[in-house]
Each structure stands twice: as structure tokens, then as C-alpha cells.
Ligand binder design. Sequence first.
Ligand code: NAD
Length: 497
Amino acid sequence: MQDFSAKDWADRAASLTIEGRAFIDGAYINALSGNTRPTLNPATGEVLVAVASCGPEDADRAIASAKAVFEAGTWANQAPSERKKVLVRWAELVEAHAEELALLECLDVGKPISDTLNVDVPAAARTLRWSGEAIDKVYDQVAPTPHDTLALVTRLPLGVVAAIVPWNFPFSTTAWKIAPAIATGNSVILKPASNTPLTAIKLAGLAKQAGLPDGVLQVLPGPGGSLGSHLAKHMDVEGLTFTGSTPVGKMLMEYSGQSNLKRTYLELGGKSPNIVFADANLDKAAAMAATAVFYNGGQTCTAGTRLLVQASIHDAFVAKVIEHAKSWLPGNPLDPATSMGPMVDEAQYNTVAEYVRIGCDEGATLAYGGKRVKVTDGGFYHEPTIFTGANNQMRIAQEEIFGPVMTVIPFETEAEAIAIANDSIFGLAGAVWSKDINVAHRVAKAVRVGTMGINNYFGGDMTVPFGGFKQSGNGRDKSMHAFDDYTELKTTWIEFD
Ligand code: NAD
């Protein structure tokens, strides 16, 4: 499969049967209203399939089924070792369908096939397997109480959990949510982003095949404003896990307060600082500075969009980064040689183009890129773009653009670098590059973000938690810490006669 050409993938795409129905109570079905919404291929603008557009009435039905199966204990009361078997089988099925899933994600999101095949799909399988393998190794606690008492501290699932996910990493973020939620015994209702629902829909059928009882995972495609908010306000939904933008995350917190105070965990936006000191390995740092922004077309919450460069190396370093930017020119996502695809849709392209205009108006220098390319292909392709001569007060340094746009900001001292890095409403990720262990650790500790790299960017795997400080969110995906988001602690206090 690694030898497939763009034509091979296109041929496979042409013969692919795509499921567009919702998955409710163990079956693929249409929305009760019969409404559908076309999902488009961002590379061509062509319709892939009409997808069920679910509304509150479908959500009510799914929630009733999720609640019933939770209360019956069909899944929640299974031994952890039994739940593990299902999750591991599910991971194996994802691996067995890896090419189909990678192709679906490529067609639906516009991500390069080499990424969906080598990154997104393996990451999702690993998440399912890791969460399954971990769940029968989690012990509860006995508290250090007086000798005539016994106090148990146990973890219980929340009940019905709604998971609402974005379009930029649909398959892997879906797995980050549903694997720990289901492993801990919850019943999950997943709402994918309206424009990228296809791999989530496919994943639900594989869950059933793996032995997950009906009602434990249901997938409802539909609009955020009506369906998503209905889930977030529902009195029978006890947990809400969300990845998406900060403004929507704030609304979800309000919905929680207006309804039943459902546990609400948010993974939100970012404007991450990538800090390069003069003594760093500059070749490696320059290559990764480009990757940190242009990977996935910059449609990455952790993108290192603020490149902070020590003034003494600024010009030489920026020249190196521009050389690397040239290897991120967008191409056909079905071509295994493509590193960057189109923007997900026209609206996202327009946002990026608008920020390029804003950067120029603010007085920053457009040092590279800035234009639409491949116009005749039908998709919205944007060049990798680099602004220099910027300062941290500019909108291109403060606001999440979510496109392939880097803002370079010079600094003189370590203290100044830390101050600039922390001057942001966000706190998701960042990195520092220096050969001086003291500088690297001091800066890594001082920057207020959930994940910080030292001499790397995008580091991390399933063993470590992922999430944000400040307005980048509050929950943690991945690792054993993810189980905390989907469980309540219960104390049982026993006194001996
Ligand atoms: P978005 O907030 O517009 O949408 C995310 C999801 O929320 C979608 O499923 C959408 O339909 C739904 N939604 C929208 N309005 C809603 C409402 N009122 N009530 C309930 N649900 C609603 O985000 P997006 O544009 O799809 O994704 C991009 C954003 O996601 C960026 O800000 C990015 O930084 C963030 N993101 C964060 C992480 C992370 O882990 N921190 C990862 C990926 C993406």
C-alpha cells in the first residue's frame, strides 16, 4: 500500500462506498426529519455523500438509548478485563480497515494521504488499544483512616457523555475522547463536525463489530448550533467533552451552568510560541519551525504560529525557515508525496486570506507566500506564509488564524522571550530551542502552556496528558489522566461495630 500512486488512490476513491447515515442504537439510520447535508471534498469542491443531518429529536432518541444501556449496566458493569477485550478488538478492526479509513479522512478533510495513513489512523488505533489495555490496571484506593473504619475511594463512570469534536483532526480527536470515556464504562454520543463526519460514522460500525453493546456509542452528524447545543444543555447528559474553538467552549460552559452542571472538559485554541535561542541547533530548529506551522495546513491547535527568534540570529534563521517553507507548497492530498493539502473549505480559506491582509495592514512584512494557489483545482489552497517585522501586540500574533501563517517576533533576552510567550490568552503548547540546559529548563518551566517541547516540536505520545492552560481549555486527553475526565470519585465510609 505504501507504493500506491495518486492515481491508485483516486481509483480507490472512485469505487468507495461511503456511509453517510447516523449510527443510533446499534444501527445506521437516517435523521428522523430526513434532512441531509452534503459533505464536500476540500481538494475539489465536489460532493462526497449526503450525510444525515440530525436534530434535537434524534439526540433525544440517542440519549434515551444511551441512558437505558448505562442504567442496565450492560457495558458499565462489565469487568474491566472484558471491556479491554472489546477495545483491543476495535483497535484491530481499525488497523484492518486502515486504508479505507485513511482514504475517507483524506477525502473528507483534505489531509494528505501520507498523513492520514501514517499518523491519524495509527494514532486512533493506538488510542483505542492503549485505553483498553490500561483499564484493567487501574486500582481504586483505601484511605488512611482510623483503625475502626475503612474508607474506599472508588471511581465510577459519569453516565451519558456527549463528545463534540472539530474538523481539523476528526479521527484522532474522536479516538482521544471516546476511548477513555468508553473504557471507563460510559455511554457516548459523538457529534462530529458537520463538514468532516465520515470516519466517525465508519468507526461506529467497527465498534459494533468488535462487540460494543448497542447504545454505548452513537454517532450523530449535525449542526453545532442546534444539535450540539441541545446535547450540551440536556439534563440526561452528565458529561461533555469538547475539542474546538475557544468561543464555542465558553458557550458550552454556560450551557452546563444553565442545565445540570454536567462535567464539561474543553480542549480549545492556541497561539503557541516556538522560541529559538542563538545557541540552538539552528538547522533542526528551522526545519521544525516550518513543520510546526505548516503541518496540516496550520489547521492544528498546537501549531507553533508565533516564532520567537533571538535578535542576533534573526535574519539568518528566517532565511533558513523560508527555505524549509518551500517544501510545504500545497498539493493534491491523494498524492503520497504531498505534504500540505487545501484549507478545509472556502470559509477557512477566507479567514486565512483576511488575516494575511490584516498582517500587511498592521505593518508586518510579508516575507514569504501569502497567496492562493492551484485555483483551477476547485479546492482552496493557500501558500505557506511567513510574516516578519511583527510584534506581539499585532492581531496576527494574538489571534488564532488556523492556517499556514507564521508570525516571526524577535527578542533579546530570556526574560523578554518568556514575557512575550506568556502574553497570550492561550496556553496550549510551545517549544524552546537551546543547547544550554539551564536556559531550556527555565524557559520550559516559565511558559504557561500544557505541553512544552525542549529541542523538539509536536513531541508526545499516549503516555502523556494533552491539554491547555488559560483559555486553551481545562481537560486532559490521553494517558491515565484522561480517565479523570470521565469518572466521579466516590467515598464509601465503613465503621466497624
Ligand atoms: P468549532 O468550535 O467551530 O466547532 C467544534 C465543534 O463544535 C463542531 O462539531 C461544531 O459543530 C460544534 N459546535 C459549534 N457551535 C456549537 C454550539 N453552539 N454548541 C455545541 N456545539 C457547537 O471549532 P472548529 O472550527 O471545528 O475547529 C477548530 C478549533 O478547534 C480551533 O480553535 C482549534 O484550535 C481547536 N482545536 C483544539 C484542539 C485541542 O486539543 N486543544 C485540537 C483540535 C482543534
